[in-house]
Design a protein around this ligand. Structure first.
Ligand SMILES: [Zn+2]
Ligand SMILES: [Zn+2]
Length: 132
């Protein structure tokens, strides 16, 4: 049933009811914690801002090559907040926040001091703390 699977993927929640003017909110349709984020695409060579768009879940530049230096390399920068100067280039995306804090058990970290000739931390071990 390839057709059915394809249909199912396309039907994933797009969190339309999470409004764009809040930083984050729980989606009333699927229950996920959704964050509104802005991204910039910059040239990996000359660092210039490149106009971009969203293709499904991916952010990709509008053109294959940088019009400033001709490079096809690019990287995506996440914006803390949207600046006026970035409005033309910024791409908006709703991102699901992994609620991992609830699942990770508390860990203790210590450093073994058995190697005094080396200043670098030679070994870091972690152990899960069992909740009794
Ligand atoms: Zn949703
Ligand atoms: Zn460039």
């Amino acid at each position: 049933m390839i057709l059915f699977d394809f249909f199912k993927i396309k039907h994933e929640c797009s969190h339309n009811k999470v409004s764009a003017d809040v930083e984050e909110a729980y989606c009333p349709d699927c229950g996920a914690l959704v964050q509104n984020k802005w991204y910039l695409v910059r040239c990996g060579c000359c660092n210039i801002k490149r106009s971009a768009h969203r293709h499904y879940d991916e952010i990709i530049p509008d053109t294959k090559f940088c019009k400033n230096c001709g490079s096809s390399e690019y990287y995506i920068q996440e914006l803390e907040k949207l600046n006026f100067t970035d409005v033309r280039y910024a791409v908006f995306k709703k991102v699901i926040v992994n609620n991992e804090k609830q699942n990770i058990s508390t860990r203790q970290i210590w450093v073994e001091e058995n190697d005094t000739t080396c200043n670098q931390i030679s070994e870091i071990k972690t152990i899960p703390v069992l909740n009794k």
